[in-house]
Design a protein around this ligand. Structure first.
Ligand code: KG4
Ligand code: ZN
Length: 342
């Protein structure tokens, strides 16, 4: 990294259902990381309710800011810049974090840096490496996104492919709901399928042609629904019948999602001739995905690295980290910084 003076960045993340604040020095050294999750507030609805999310961020943001500064043993005077996620995400949620960031930037007279949430997930994966050797292929796989990028620097990403329909995390969340498992679905399916047979049920891996780097998970979800509804889709109650085996069903669905992600990522490495792969985003926590990648990537000469589990799901360390990289590059925003859903 560069030899320029130390920079201590306060990062704020509020794009979905986590209110997170972190203090990171030089884009690497985590001085504090506070994550207030709203999972319990949304669980009864089986997914994130935007109105509940916005109100919850409003309640959580001030205590989170205070705790992050206290845990870092710093005061406003020690902070060099404020970074906040400005896109993509839920507008009402993004507005809370960006407005807090603007207020602090104005009150403390510090630079303001707007950060793209997906680029920050890539940065979280970069943080897992002691040294960077660009370019990388990067898979960002979360509840809202499933995309492959060529990454030439923390600030230079070129999208190679993305999902045509559901994100992988969204498919896992919806599959879990069909299986009567708790929200969020990814961890629930992982737990339910831990001792299951991943070949117990067949789910087609949608590879979409030999050169495609796009994804599609909606067919897998439909296949699960039909398995639950029985032959001809005649069962009225689309929950797991007694005759079906929940651990095998969860493991088989999870395996199909993981294998699709692994195959496409390694295909991207092969097609571009880039033998280094990074994986980030909430689904990158998944143990089956991690194990499968660890087993298959070396067979194709690919070195695969995952973001640290605590920085796979939404967090503000990755926001402060990317904020530092943007600040170093002179990419500073002003108080007109806006939010965007896309
Ligand atoms: O990155 P993230 O926190 O939020 C978004 O930007 O979307 O990702 C949340 C997603 C959810 O769909 C959740 O089910 C999934 O990540 N997830 C997992 C695991 N932990 C979280 N999926 C599979 N296995 C996990 N262990
Ligand atoms: Zn995310």
């Amino acid at each position: 990294m560069s030899n320029s003076p130390a920079r201590t960045i306060l990062g704020i993340e509020s794009s979905c259902d986590e209110t997170a604040v972190a203090v990171v020095r030089d884009g690497r050294e985590v001085l504090s990381s506070v994550v207030h999750s709203q999972i319990q507030e949304h669980a009864a609805w089986g997914g994130v309710v935007p109105e509940i999310a916005g109100r919850s961020h409003l309640r959580a943001i001030r205590p989170a800011l205070q705790t992050a500064l206290e845990e870092a043993h710093l005061t406003a005077a020690d902070i060099d810049a404020i970074a906040a996620t400005c896109r993509p995400g839920l507008l009402g949620s993004l507005l809370i974090g960006v407005t807090a960031a603007k207020s602090l930037a104005w009150a403390w007279q510090k630079p303001l840096v707007g950060v793209h949430h997906i680029e920050a997930h890539v940065y979280a994966a970069l943080m897992s490496l002691p040294e960077w050797q660009f370019p990388y292929i990067t898979l960002v796989v979360s509840g809202g996104h499933t995309s492959l990028y060529r990454c030439d620097s923390p600030l230079k990403l070129e999208q190679l492919g993305c999902t045509r329909d559901d994100a992988a995390g969204e498919a896992l969340d919806k599959a879990a709901a069909m299986l009567n498992l708790a929200y969020p679905g990814g961890p629930s399916i992982q737990k339910a399928g831990a001792d299951g047979n991943p070949r117990g049920y067949t789910f087609k891996r949608p590879l979409l042609g030999p050169d495609s780097l796009e994804f599609s998970f909606s067919g897998m979800k439909t296949a699960l629904l039909y398995k639950l509804k029985g032959p001809g889709g005649r069962r009225e109650d689309p929950t797991l019948p007694e005759s079906q085996n929940l651990p095998d069903m969860a493991a088989s669905f999870e395996e199909a999602v993981a294998e699709t992600l692994v195959k496409k990522s390694l295909r991207a490495c092969q097609m571009t001739g880039i033998p280094r792969l990074l994986v980030g985003g909430g689904v990158a926590c998944n143990q089956r995905l991690r194990k499968m990648m660890a087993a298959r990537a070396p067979l194709q000469g690919v070195a695969a690295h995952f973001a640290a589990p605590e920085f796979c799901t939404d967090n503000a360390v990755m926001i402060a980290g990317l904020g530092y990289a943007r600040l170093q590059a002179g990419l500073v925003d002003d108080l007109t910084l806006d939010v965007a859903a896309w």
